[in-house]
Design a protein around this ligand. Structure first.
Ligand SMILES: C[S@@+](CC[C@H](N)C(=O)[O-])C[C@H]1O[C@@H](n2cnc3c(N)ncnc32)[C@H](O)[C@@H]1O
Length: 196
């Protein structure tokens, strides 16, 4: 089971009050300069929300993001990065709602599994996707297959934890089976992406 620190239990408002937020770890911090230049009124999706800190930082630093769909079932799970029990997940759900309250209208939290939400979304709607949910091979493989069609041509197809072998395997297999030649690029904190 993952061990939580005191900071893991604080809302962004509390981190700001302690002067920590500006230096706080943010998974996809390296994507922010790309998103800022990616166009106007962007529509994004993040699979795997946790406390919503990555999404909040995107919304704070990218005024050109119009809306983000945030998808997470907040259910206990096991994962190569460390499992979470239900009490932890309920706390993260509460923190995500608190953190998103500063961005009403720009983020919608969908409490469900990514595969379930994917069935409700048409193709070619997002300008970027960030996959950071269940990091098992099967889950990443299924997320990539389900969500790639939902990205517009020219959109940023992104995810976290490229150092996890299961994540690498899912990326490589999908790209090979779909003859994708756009290079995989890396940025801070093990984020991978390519341009569709
Ligand atoms: C590493 S955390 C996400 C961190 C977040 N992206 C950030 O950077 O702030 C992984 C999250 O994935 C969620 N998750 C696990 N299985 C999922 C699934 N099938 N669909 C969507 N989210 C899932 C977990 O509940 C957990 O909150």
């Amino acid at each position: 089971m993952a061990a939580l620190t005191r900071l893991d239990r604080l809302s962004i408002a509390e981190l700001k009050a302690e002067g920590i937020w500006a230096k706080h770890y943010i998974s996809a911090i390296g994507l922010i300069p790309l998103l800022q230049k990616h166009g106007a009124a962007l529509k994004g999706l993040e699979i795997g929300v946790c406390r919503g800190e990555n999404i909040a930082r995107f919304l704070e630093e990218c005024p050109n993001i119009a809306h983000i769909d945030a998808v997470d079932p907040f259910m206990a799970y096991d994962d190569p990065n460390g499992g979470m029990d239900q009490a932890m997940m309920d706390m993260f759900h509460t923190l995500a709602l608190k953190n998103f309250s500063a961005y009403l209208g720009r983020v919608t939290l969908h409490r469900m599994r990514s595969a379930e939400f994917a069935k409700t979304v048409p193709d070619n709607v997002y300008d970027y996707l960030f996959i950071d949910g269940d990091h098992s091979y099967e889950a990443v493989r299924d997320d990539i297959a389900a969500w790639f069609p939902k990205l517009k041509s020219g959109g940023l197809f992104c995810g976290h934890d490229v150092l996890v072998k299961d994540v690498q395997r899912a990326i490589v297999e999908f790209r090979q089976s779909h003859n994708i030649t756009a290079p995989v690029q890396l940025c801070a904190n093990s984020v991978w992406y390519w341009v569709k």
